[in-house]
Design a protein around this ligand. Sequence first.
Ligand SMILES: Nc1ncnc2c1ncn2[C@@H]1O[C@H](COP(=O)(O)OP(=O)(O)OP(=O)(O)O)[C@@H](O)[C@H]1O
Length: 273
Amino acid sequence: MAAGQPFVEIDDVAMRYGGADATLALSGTSLQVERGEFVAVVGPSGCGKSTLMKLVSGLWPSSSGSVTVGGREVDGPLPMVGMAFQNPTLLPWRTILGNVMLPLEVVEPHRRQLRAKRAYYADKAGRLLDMVGLAGFGTHYPHQLSGGMQQRASLCRALIHDPQLLMLDEPFGALDIFTREELWAQLQDVCLSLKPTVILVTHDLREAVFLADRVLVMSSRPGRIINERRIDLPRPRRLENTYDQHFQELVHELRDHIHAARQGAEQGVADAA
Ligand SMILES: Nc1ncnc2c1ncn2[C@@H]1O[C@H](COP(=O)(O)OP(=O)(O)OP(=O)(O)O)[C@@H](O)[C@H]1O
């Protein structure tokens, strides 16, 4: 990776699902993320946020333009990525510890070392579970945990192989507000300690402002970045800071941008009618 090059770089990407007349999800989309930066992506529903995540993690190819991570063009799933989604997707027949350790069975060099170093990795998984308040739950099965606890476990699974890039697609979207806020604080602690590069997709503007160094706002579909806001709040941020005037001003500012993006889309539909 060349000095000064961003860790993640999306350059003028377009993405169409299916044939020529199928949905154009992204068009003219560009963004850059520095190593160790926490970026949140917000935008109107259906604007292409998840599509953007699929391109960066190599789960889907772009139709045009380029996507590079760590200085290399993305041409397939990246082992250096950890992912967590709205649905925790834990395997029901595995214990929580077994679920957290799953990526180690797939991603090299851990896969090669797992048999010889199982105790080391189990200890590491246990420490991650401790960090998110799940000490003692490693031997439980997913159905024995609440939704919030399962989501914490899926966060540990995303982190177990020391990913350089953490991709979080609405990871707390299905949780109640109290659990969600508790997990913001835990995710912040984990990130301050492990310092991965993070891209978070969320609908929750408070979540974006609480967690991110920078928030990117997308236009309506086909999505592209229409605004970016650096979040200049000191860390560690505390939940009581969400009541501060500056915090609320940032949230309102983002809300205005999204409102404008949605208005733009409605205007486009009206013009076409
Ligand atoms: N597998 C797919 N096949 C065809 N079209 C798809 C597929 N996945 C997404 N789309 C379409 O692409 C567009 C962007 O979808 P995407 O899921 O990226 O949006 P989003 O911003 O994440 O949405 P939301 O905020 O509602 O979760 C939508 O119009 C959607 O219907």
